[in-house]
Write a protein that binds this ligand. Structure first.
Ligand SMILES: [Zn+2]
Length: 331
C-alpha cells in the first residue's frame, strides 16, 4: 500500500507529493470535486504518510499508526462530519481548541472536515481564525462537493485542490479488477457513475436496471398510444416512493438526456444507456424536441414539489401532459 494506491487525478496527487517532499504541505487545505472521487481517501493517505512509523515519503498501511488511521481511532487524526443537517458550532469549538494541542503520538495532527459546506454560519465563522493562522503541527483538510456553498472567507483562507471526474476508461479498468460484471454492464456502470469511482462501486446495477425498465415502460406509454390514465397511474406510484423517487428521477433525467442527444445525432456516443441504444432510438422517433424539453422541465417541477412537500398531482399531471405532447397540441 502507499500513495500510488490512489486512483485517478494524477496532477492533484503529484502536487501533494511534491509538497510532502519539500515539507511544504499547507496547513489549511480545501479538497473539492464530485462525490465519491477520492477526496477523503487522499486526506487519509496524507495523514498516514506524515505519521507513518516507517518514515519516508509514503505510508505502509501496516504500522500501528497507519492501522489506527485506517480504523479511525488515531488520537492525532480527527474527522468531523455533519451531525444531522449541519456541522455544529460545538464541533468546531472542539476543533479550535484541539488544533493547538501538541501531537499525542504522531508527528502532525490532522483535522478532516467532511462536507465542510454543511457548516452553518456560526460554525464557519468560528474556525476562520484557525484557518488563517493554523499552528505549525496541525493541518486542516476541508472536503466539499459543493464548494460554492462555502463562505468566501473560508475558501480564500485555504489552498484549493481540485478532483475531476475519472474518464470512463479508467473507471472501467478499476471496476474490472474489483467486480465480476460483463463487458456491457461494466460499460453501463462506468457511464452512469459520471466519473465517480465511489458511486460506481456502491451502485446496485440490478436494482438500477429494474428501475430503468419501469421508466422505459412509462416513456413507452407516453409515446405510443396516449394512455393518459395509465401513464399518470404509474408516475403517481413512482412519486409515492419518496426515497426511491430521487433515484428514479435521476434515471429518468438520464433517459430524457439520451433521447435528446439521439434526436440530435443518432450516432451520438455520449449517451449513458448505450446498452439499450436501439430501444431509445425507436422511442425518440416518437417524440419531438419540444416534448423532450418540456418533459425534462416538468420533471424539475415534480422534484421541487416533492422536496417542498407540496401536493404532487398537479405536477405529475403536467409531466404526463407535456411529455405526451398534449400541452403542445393545445397551443
Ligand atoms: Zn505506516
Amino acid at each position: 500500500m502507499g500513495l500510488n494506491a490512489f486512483l485517478g487525478n494524477a496532477p492533484t496527487l503529484e502536487t501533494v507529493e511534491r509538497e510532502l517532499e519539500q515539507d511544504r504541505l499547507p496547513h489549511s487545505m480545501l479538497f473539492v470535486g464530485i462525490q465519491g472521487i477520492g477526496k477523503r481517501t487522499l486526506a487519509d493517505f496524507i495523514s498516514m504518510t506524515v505519521n507513518c512509523l516507517r518514515g519516508g515519503l509514503d505510508f505502509c498501511g501496516q504500522c500501528r499508526s497507519c492501522r489506527k488511521i485506517i480504523e479511525n481511532c488515531h488520537p492525532d487524526v480527527k474527522h468531523y462530519e455533519p451531525e444531522g443537517q449541519f456541522i455544529k458550532i460545538d464541533q468546531m469549538r472542539e476543533l479550535s481548541r484541539e488544533v493547538f494541542f501538541e501531537p499525542f503520538e504522531g508527528k502532525r495532527r490532522f483535522f478532516i472536515l467532511d462536507e465542510a459546506d454543511k457548516m452553518n454560519l456560526e460554525s464557519a465563522n468560528s474556525i476562520l481564525k484557525t484557518l488563517e493562522e493554523p499552528p505549525e503541527n496541525s493541518h486542516l483538510i476541508l472536503i466539499s462537493n459543493k464548494p460554492n456553498e462555502l463562505l468566501t472567507t473560508i475558501r480564500s483562507r485555504c489552498q484549493t485542490y481540485r478532483f475531476g471526474p475519472l474518464p470512463s476508461s479508467e473507471i472501467e479498468q478499476v471496476l474490472t479488477s474489483k467486480l465480476n460484471y460483463s463487458g456491457e454492464d461494466l460499460s453501463l456502470l462506468s457511464r452512469i457513475s459520471q466519473g465517480s469511482i465511489g458511486r460506481a462501486l456502491s451502485l446496485d446495477l440490478k436494482e438500477y436496471k429494474k428501475g430503468r425498465q419501469e421508466l422505459l415502460d412509462l416513456l413507452e406509454v407516453c409515446s405510443q398510444n396516449f394512455l393518459y390514465t395509465r401513464a399518470l397511474k404509474s408516475l403517481t406510484a413512482l412519486a409515492r416512493e419518496k426515497e426511491a423517487f430521487g433515484k428514479k428521477a435521476e434515471i429518468l433525467y438520464s433517459l430524457l438526456r439520451d433521447l435528446f442527444l439521439l434526436k440530435v445525432d443518432a450516432a451520438c456516443e455520449l449517451i449513458t444507456h448505450w446498452d439499450i441504444r436501439g430501444k431509445l432510438l425507436s422511442l425518440c422517433a416518437n417524440f419531438s424536441f419540444r416534448q423532450i424539453v418540456d418533459g425534462t422541465n416538468a420533471l424539475d417541477h415534480i422534484e421541487t414539489g416533492i422536496k417542498r412537500n407540496l401536493s404532487k398531482p398537479l405536477a405529475l399531471d403536467h409531466f404526463v401532459l407535456s411529455f405526451s405532447g398534449q400541452l403542445a397540441k393545445e397551443d
